[in-house]
Design a binder for this molecule. Structure first.
Ligand code: RB5
Length: 152
């Protein structure tokens, strides 16, 4: 079964969110793309509202992952990480993107439209979609320790 991926961000990440959303919609590995906003570059909904909604969709079992884009990729990560059970990272390089899933089982990738070029962001997301965490790897118990802290 394909992945269900939430996309979201604030006005500072709107243009990348729209571009990458189209990539995801055309990707055979993706079963569903769920857009939690913002709905236009003039929509000034705060990034925490969008990021928390995205995180809650994951913990509710309505989505597998989320891609969040703001100006820096920082605020959305901080906000999504407030949702218990969510592991969100900001990453703009291939190694970090790979390890975010393979080592940390992060469900949320955050990027900054003001930080990374669009083509690199698109390439990183393409790679990210194909990554899968192995709970039997040596990283499994480390991620379990995060869950344990959260009482999960
Ligand atoms: C713009 O509001 C900017 O602060 C926001 O997009 C984000 O970069 C915050 O972390």
């Amino acid at each position: 079964m394909g992945q269900r991926i939430v996309v979201g961000g604030d006005s500072a990440g709107y243009s990348y969110k729209e571009a990458i959303k189209k990539d995801l919609e055309a990707d055979d590995r993706v079963e569903a793309v769920i857009d939690v906003g913002v709905i236009g570059s003039e929509d000034e909904t705060y990034y925490p509202n969008v990021a928390i909604e995205a995180g809650e969709k994951i913990t509710a079992g309505e989505a597998d992952r989320a891609l969040l884009i703001c100006g820096t990729g920082l605020g959305v990560a901080i906000s999504a990480n407030k949702v218990k059970g969510v592991r969100a990272v900001t990453a703009h390089d291939i190694y970090s993107v790979q390890r975010s899933v393979l080592s940390n089982n992060a469900q949320v990738l955050c990027m900054g439209e003001r930080v990374v070029g669009l083509e690199l962001a698109r390439t990183l997301v393409k790679e990210w979609v194909g990554l899968e965490f192995d709970p039997t790897s040596s990283s499994g118990p480390k991620v379990d320790a995060i869950d344990a802290y959260e009482g999960l």
